[in-house]
Design a protein around this ligand. Structure first.
Ligand code: PMV
Length: 316
């Protein structure tokens, strides 16, 4: 007997450093971001499966193309466990802004996997979660490094190299992280393809930039171990400069990073795929973080969040 109602949840994420380079085997560091969440509810309902989410309300089979990664993963999972796409419905509630580099696509996949397995009363292993969410991410992003799925599943700060087990980081810093949303969609698939084009056409020029980002990730790890926010801020700004040289930043991201620094941030950078989406900045006190956040909002940010890094990072 299938359960009548099941829920699955997943939280958002931030890439602190190493985005794009991580696709090419360089290390990256990601943080869970529990201020934003996805909740998927599966409930019994006679007839073909309905999907109710931000982008679609109706038959699952009529969902728009942008949901193809999620839908085809749901179809494959249901088939793999010998069930039919019938007699249940799926509701997805989200406080993770979509297409902002905050991990919304991976979080939707993880929350929905958790809900589906629970609904059909099938034990879900970490390996199942990793492999199914990467199948979904592959359709959404083209060539994902797997960092989004790893951080969203593990909900701990991670040092990540593609193809290796993620390494949890002991992360506590006397500083505040400000996340600013440009309000513009970040098309990770497009920016990842753009960097691939650069690497295909001029690897001698762009390969070293990705290597530099990898080195900055190593230096970030040391700054975290030494609990040195000032160093971390400088590293973040250096990484932003390289990401801009790679062409994955844009006008509003550059503007918000500059506004943050002009208002006392220790450093700032875009986070995630870029080309829109979100930026992050580091502040040494809550007062400064509030000032930076207010200035980001008055200079075009659509939303901001402040995270106290001194309390440590944990999932929910
Ligand atoms: O999903 P996003 O926008 O946070 O980007 C993920 C980070 C990239 O390095 C750009 C891509 C990847 O798969 O690692």
């Amino acid at each position: 007997m299938d359960k009548r109602t099941s829920t699955g949840t997943a939280i958002g994420k931030i890439i602190l450093i190493g985005e794009h380079a991580v696709v090419y085997g360089e290390p990256a560091i990601a943080l869970p971001f529990p201020a934003t969440k996805i909740k998927t509810t599966i409930y019994e309902r006679k007839g073909p499966v309905l999907l109710n989410c931000l982008f679609h309300q109706g038959l699952l089979t009529d969902a728009p193309k942008k949901l193809f990664g999620l839908i085809s993963t749901i179809e494959k999972i249901v088939e793999s466990i010998g069930k039919r796409l019938y007699d249940f419905s799926i509701d997805i509630e989200s406080s993770i802004p979509p297409e902002r580099g905050m991990g919304s696509s991976a979080a939707v996949a993880v929350a929905t996997l958790r809900a589906l397995y629970d609904y059909f009363q099938i034990p879900l292993t970490r390996e199942d979660l990793v492999s199914w969410s990467n199948i979904s991410e592959k359709i959404v992003h083209g060539n994902p490094s797997g960092i989004d799925a790893a951080i969203i599943i593990d909900e701990k700060p991670l040092y990540y190299i593609k193809g290796s087990p993620p390494v949890p980081l002991d992360f506590k810093l006397d500083a505040y992280l400000i996340l600013g949303d440009t309000g513009e969609a970040s098309q990770t698939k497009t920016t990842v393809a753009h960097v691939k084009r650069l690497m295909d056409t001029d690897p001698e020029k762009y390969g070293p930039l990705l290597k530099k980002l990898g080195l900055l990730t190593e230096r970030t790890k040391i700054s975290i171990e030494n609990r040195n926010p000032k160093n971390l801020g400088q590293i973040m700004s250096n990484a932003h400069h390289i990401l801009d040289q790679l062409g994955v930043s844009n006008k509003i991201l550059n503007k918000l990073v500059t506004v943050a620094i002009e208002n006392g941030a220790l450093g700032g950078k875009l986070t995630g795929g870029g080309g829109g989406g979100c930026m992050i900045a580091l502040a040494s006190s809550e007062k400064e973080a509030n000032l930076i956040s207010n200035n980001l909002l008055s200079n075009g940010a659509k939303n901001t969040w402040i995270y106290n890094m001194g309390v440590g990072f944990h999932g929910r």
